[in-house]
Write a protein that binds this ligand. Structure first.
Ligand SMILES: Nc1ncnc2c1ncn2[C@@H]1O[C@H](COP(=O)(O)OP(=O)(O)OP(=O)(O)O)[C@@H](O)[C@H]1O
Ligand SMILES: O=P(O)(O)OC[C@H]1O[C@H](OP(=O)(O)OP(=O)(O)O)[C@H](O)[C@@H]1O
Length: 220
């Protein structure tokens, strides 16, 4: 079965976007000019490909749009995919962009005497409570997670938690806030994601896109 509605590709509006633009070029998708204007209020964009639109949403919301089938395709960080763990999402291709790592950090002074092997119960401020809980549970540690949407680095200094779980790339945010990475949870890159049900019902339309993204990554 196939439908005539346009395919929707959900892309994150933040930092991954700059790295995505050359990938889109290699795949052969040219969005309408307004897509490149970060100040534009438009959220849905036509492309030079008939029957393919792009939506620009928050990084976490890419996974939600694709999981619910509102978008058939998307690009999401492995951090977002691990946090939601949506069974409806298939993530076939590592695009090799948006590299960072997910880590446990704590104040530099605390790290001098703290021994991670002795942790039994930790309170953690994080944007990723599910990942953090799973990670600590696997280590036999009970984690009480305080969900924040940003600026986790403030939490230890203000007594909200002794540890944070956050994304780190250059490490400059940790350094600027007197924190140090003590454990790495996962290496993160962004993936092409596909709604599993759509892959069955709209296979003919979707499979060529998966192949083109794969070729674009192999050619990079
Ligand atoms: N240093 C980094 N910090 C945060 N995210 C990074 C970093 N490097 C790469 N990433 C990737 O970028 C994604 C965050 O993208 P984006 O900048 O759009 O979101 P945000 O601005 O942090 O969040 P929001 O959309 O809620 O404002 C992460 O999910 C991760 O996969
Ligand atoms: O190691 P670095 O290169 O310093 O990058 C890490 C920082 O970048 C991210 O924050 P972001 O800028 O996305 O803001 P947010 O905390 O509001 O999401 C992340 O949450 C860290 O704070």
């Amino acid at each position: 079965m196939s439908t005539n509605r346009p395919l929707v590709l959900a892309l994150p509006k933040g930092r991954i976007l700059d790295e995505l633009i050359p990938v889109l070029e290699r795949v052969g998708i040219a969005p309408e000019p307004a897509f490149f204007d970060k100040k534009a209020r438009q959220l849905r964009f036509a492309t030079d490909v008939q029957g393919l639109d792009i939506i620009r949403v928050r990084a976490f919301d890419v996974a939600t749009f694709v999981a619910y089938g509102a978008a058939q395709l998307g690009v999401a960080g492995a951090d977002v995919l691990m946090e939601f763990d949506y069974p409806a999402i298939y993530a076939p291709i590592d695009l090799g962009i948006g590299y960072c790592r997910l880590a446990v950090a704590e104040p530099t002074a605390q790290a001098r005497s703290d021994d991670p092997k002795r942790w039994q119960h930790v309170r953690v401020a994080t944007k990723f409570p599910n990942i953090a809980r799973r990670y600590f549970r696997a280590r036999g540690v009970t984690a009480e997670c305080v969900k924040l949407n940003g600026a986790m680095e403030l939490a230890p200094g203000l007594g909200l938690s002794r540890h944070i779980v956050d994304l780190v790339s250059t490490g400059s945010t940790l350094r600027a806030n007197d924190l140090v990475e003590v454990e790495q949870i996962a290496e993160i890159t962004s993936r092409l994601i596909v709604n599993r049900a759509a892959l069955k019902t709209e296979r003919q339309a979707l499979e060529p896109w998966i192949a083109r993204f794969r070729e674009a990554v192999d050619a990079a």
